[in-house]
Design a protein around this ligand. Structure first.
Ligand code: HEM
Length: 722
């Protein structure tokens, strides 16, 4: 892990800031903070933090109540209501606003743990308060003429139980509490920005991240971090309530580097430091790039910020915050060596569960263990070999359709063709002959359901599924139709077993080797749906991009054809032939490097983690990104170049296991990997043997949907080889 940080910091943008000045300030700052952090026992710190949060939230609450009262006073024509509101404002200010303000400031100062100015560093809180107070003041100012009018009516004074003078002073009195709050908060903000108690430089953006990564870790780990194992056993206990609240609060507003540092070290506990990341646009962070150029964003983030990067997007209250790790060591940690810390508890998998059921792709714990034990035997070498004839049959049918004799015009859209092919292959493998019945339903329902899942999987604000919005209704209809058809087939098969060897039959017959237990009908439906979900678009992307690249690189295409001719000698391929297609296999591997269908893989860490020098807070979403890691400059030279030779065994053997991981890894690695490779090899062999492919110039725009796929048609021209 140390290598991660060292290497990453070398790759980051050059630092031009005034580092000498910074070093001396840092040497005293953290040391001072640590001293004070030791003075507060953890229990006291937790208590203070709870009190601080409660009073701060109370402060905002009182401001809102004052706002409502002021509005009532200013808009009512009934003098008695005006008077009652006026009195209530006074009472609220004295009884609640002042104590809440004082307590918030006091607990904040104590929590400041050595900075003496702790509260002013909570600028996220300051921002929230300022917004409330400014709104109050604006409303009062806007309604001021109305107040003057009320006050001018002498006869109303008596009815309101207030003196005429009091009514005359009403606008000023109403303004008083918010004005005091504003002044206090402006002072606090100015102090936070200028830090007159000892200037800690406040570097901006990537400069700060880079400088911290270069100068921070060693000093921090020796001065700030208590001795902990590198694996951080301390994090096993999971977050306390305070930490969760603070994490929630701090996640709702962007925190500048200096303050993040403060929060992480003085409050959340000293674990490592906050990963750097793109600063993004005010209020929305990286939202635009995440939507428009996700792949580019990750590549830039890896280049500019290093191997562990923090992203945020969206305004406070609707904010998405997550981490992505790029270095193979870190990938290995998340997927394999420390996979116990990472769960599929994130929003995306939650949506997959709701749309497609809780099958082996999304399930967890004992349910997943059981499902994996029961489904793994469906993907053994022998089972994959048994599927090859059906792959051959479907590909042959496709090749015949392309032929000029069958009306083919020499132009094909690879994306549409490969999607159809892989859908038929996986569908027939799962359902056998019954797939004829399922295919139209899958065509009609799968895409809308997958799109709905993707949208809800990554939006910070989701309407409850039970609300009858058009999108929810469409998804519910699609799901009902899909479930009905699959359930009917399962029921029919139970009633009259077909004796075929498709995956559905195997699932119906599967028994847990340990307990002898079978899968129930709903579980069987969940498995078959996710085999479809995981199994067709992924392989379709691989095949599309493979044929596209072969069309771009005629010399590679010629070599593949020569290999196929040598190995098959004109025969129909059988499973045993695939091992002989070494070069074609390397082509497929290189295609999955450049275009990994699963371009990003997500997890959530309930108890937090420490990756390299960086702290990952509890409940954070953490992603690994094959798209970026497959282009990591430390592991791939000329990463954008298509070069199957990278995968010759001698070169591959010296590479990090997780520099290339299109099928994931660790206990949750892809079940269908061998099936997918066998399918790709068979289809490429048959199509390249039958056709010469020529790809027109031009880039293929990519879409980052549930899987990576071409954004539109992928045209190519074909000519029969014989
Ligand atoms: C190019 C083709 C494919 C790619 C790139 C691919 C990629 C992946 C990846 C990256 C994962 C791990 C997901 C995670 O860790 O969250 C995965 C899991 C899985 N894949 Fe694939 N896959 C492919 C084809 C298939 C096929 C053809 C099937 C089955 C018909 C399949 C079935 C599964 C299943 C069941 C899992 C879940 C395993 C578990 O969590 O225990 N995949 N796949």
């Amino acid at each position: 892990m140390t290598e991660i940080n060292a290497a990453a910091s070398e790759r980051r943008a050059p630092v031009t800031s005034d580092l000498p000045g910074r070093s001396s300030a840092r040497a005293t700052g953290p040391a001072r903070r640590q001293r004070s952090a030791r003075q507060l026992s953890p229990a006291l710190r937790k208590g203070l933090l709870s009190a601080h949060i409660v009073t701060a939230v109370g402060w905002i609450g009182v401001d809102i109540v004052l706002l409502v009262l002021a509005l009532t006073a200013l808009t009512s024509t009934d003098p008695r209501t005006v008077a009652a509101s006026y009195v209530a404002i006074g009472a609220f200010t004295v009884v609640l606003l002042v104590p809440a303000g004082v307590l918030t400031l006091a607990t904040g100062l104590l929590l400041g743990a050595g900075t003496r100015w702790g509260i002013v560093r909570y600028w996220w809180l300051t921002v929230k308060l300022v917004i409330t107070v400014v709104l109050t003041t604006l409303v009062i100012l806007l309604l001021r003429p109305r107040v003057a009018e009320v006050a001018s009516r002498a006869e109303q004074a008596g009815a309101a139980g207030l003196s005429r003078d009091q009514l005359g002073n009403l606008p000023v009195d109403l303004l008083f509490p918010p004005v005091v709050s504003i002044v206090a908060l402006i002072v606090a903000t100015v102090l936070a920005v200028y830090k007159p108690w000892g200037k800690t430089p406040s570097p901006a953006g990537a400069r700060s991240a880079a400088a911290r990564a270069r100068s921070g870790p060693s000093r921090r780990s020796s001065v700030l971090l208590p001795a902990r194992s590198a694996d951080g056993e301390d994090f096993e206990r999971g977050p306390g309530r305070c930490q969760r609240i603070l994490t929630w609060l701090t996640s709702s507003v962007p925190v500048p580097p200096a303050d993040e540092e403060y929060l992480m070290t003085a409050v959340l506990s000293s674990r490592g430091h906050q990963a750097p990341g793109p600063r993004g646009l005010p209020l929305i962070g990286s939202a635009r790039e995440l939507r428009r150029d996700l792949l580019g964003l990750h590549l830039r983030a890896m280049r500019e910020h290093g191997d562990v990067v923090r992203f945020w997007a969206g305004p406070p209250g609707a904010r998405l915050e997550f981490y992505t790790v790029y270095h193979p060591d870190a990938v290995q940690r998340v997927l394999a060596s420390e996979s116990g810390r990472y769960r599929k508890d994130n929003q995306f998998y939650e949506e997959v569960r709701r749309a497609f059921g809780d099958g082996v792709l999304s399930s967890q714990d004992e349910r997943w263990h059981r499902q994996r034990r029961l489904t793994q035997p469906l993907f053994t070498k022998a089972r994959v070999a048994a599927a090859v004839p059906s792959i051959v049959a479907e590909t042959d049918r496709l090749a015949q359709r392309w032929h000029p004799a069958a009306g083919g015009d020499g132009m094909v859209d690879l994306h549409a063709e490969m999607t159809r092919l892989t859908m038929l292959v996986v569908g027939r493998t799962v359902f056998g002959a019954d797939f004829e019945e399922v295919l139209p339903v899958v065509n009609e329902t799968f895409l809308p359901l997958a799109e709905h899942t993707l949208k809800r999987g990554f939006t910070p604000l989701r309407t409850p599924r039970s609300w009858p919005t058009p999108a929810n209704r469409r998804a519910a209809d699609a799901q009902r139709t899909l479930y009905r058809v699959v359930d009917e087939i399962i029921a029919r098969r139970r009633a009259a077993p077909t004796g075929t060897d498709d995956l559905l039959t195997l699932l119906l017959e599967a028994r847990d080797p340990g307990t002898g237990q079978a899968l129930d009908d709903a579980e069987i439906r969940d498995q078959v749906l996710l085999f479809l979900l995981a199994g067709y678009e992924t392989t379709a992307t691989t095949l599309t991009m493979a044929l596209h690249l072969l069309g771009r690189h005629p010399e590679v295409q010629a070599r593949v054809r020569a290999e196929v001719d040598t190995v098959l000698s004109g025969r129909t391929p059988v499973a045993g032939d695939l091992a002989g297609l070494g070069y074609t296999t390397r082509v497929v591997q290189e295609v999955t490097r450049l275009y990994p269908a699963a371009y990003i893989i997500g997890r959530r860490t309930p108890g937090g983690d420490r990756i390299g020098e960086f702290s990952i807070p509890p409940r954070a979403d953490v992603y690994v990104c094959p798209w970026a890691t497959h282009r990591h400059p430390e592991f791939w030279t000329h990463p954008d170049r298509f070069d199957p030779e990278r995968f010759i065994p001698e070169r591959a053997a010296t590479r990090h296991r997780y520099a290339w991981f299109p099928f994931g890894g660790g206990p949750r690695g892809c079940l269908g990997q061998h099936f997918s490779i066998a399918e790709s090899l068979t289809a490429i062999a048959l199509l390249i043997r039958a056709y010469r492919i020529n790809t027109p110039p031009g880039d293929i725009p990519l879409a980052t949907r549930i899987t990576l796929r071409p954004a539109g048609p992928v045209p190519c021209s074909i000519t029969p080889t014989t």
